[in-house]
Design a binder for this molecule. Sequence first.
Ligand code: BTN
Length: 259
Amino acid sequence: MQAALADLPITKIETYTEIGSTNDRAQALLEQGAPDGTLVVSEAQTQGRGRLGRHWVTTPGAALAFSLALRPDPAERSRLAFFAPLAGLAVCQALVNDYGLKAQVKWPNDVLLDRRKACGVLVEAAWVGSQLHGVVLGVGVNVASSSVPPDREVMFPATCVESALGRAVDRVDLLVNILRQLFELRSILGTGPFLQLWQERLAFRGEEVHVDLLGPGQSVSGKVVGIDRHGNLLLRTQAGKEESVAAGDVHLRPLESKG
Ligand code: BTN
């Protein structure tokens, strides 16, 4: 793996057959002073974490689970909200450009294939008091079919890369392709071209969706219009009003889905 990553700005790599959570390990490494570009990859996770405090299962030999620790520069620090879409968009771009798949981003950062989730992203910032230590981009990709959770166990129906592609996929190649896209996109983080690409890949454009917001019982429905310059989702409600939804802990689904 080291050789395959040689032309990328990866400064340190840890690989595991099993670990609690690659995100936890990457956070610990940041605390110990690990440099920007520190990568933690594991075949399996016993305490894999998803968004909204959910558990994330990583099936050995069938999935990709990694965390990339970054130390944002001052310009990036003012664009922290774009790190989660950065990871999702990188996976999406790799699947489109390197595998010819019609991958899309379910705002803000899940990656869909055939309208089913193939990848989840959990980005965590490491703070010491008010000082930002770094950010950890945690990425879980369902590669082979045995990594796909049954519909009854998930909020949104899932799929995997191999089902969409109809052939086996080398997971190290996939990792390298994702990281290459990620470092390219990092150089335009939060800029106009970044937003344009994110918008081009946006799932459910023109469709009616339902978004559950953080507050209890709070939700909004409307047609997906696009993304604004802050990365907020723009919806047109039935009353014809434009609503913007800030990324955070939200759950988006198309109206016909049970998810
Ligand atoms: C989600 O869709 O809820 C996000 C899932 C993120 C899972 C990845 S797997 C690698 C990294 N380590 C973790 O514990 N979680 C992320």
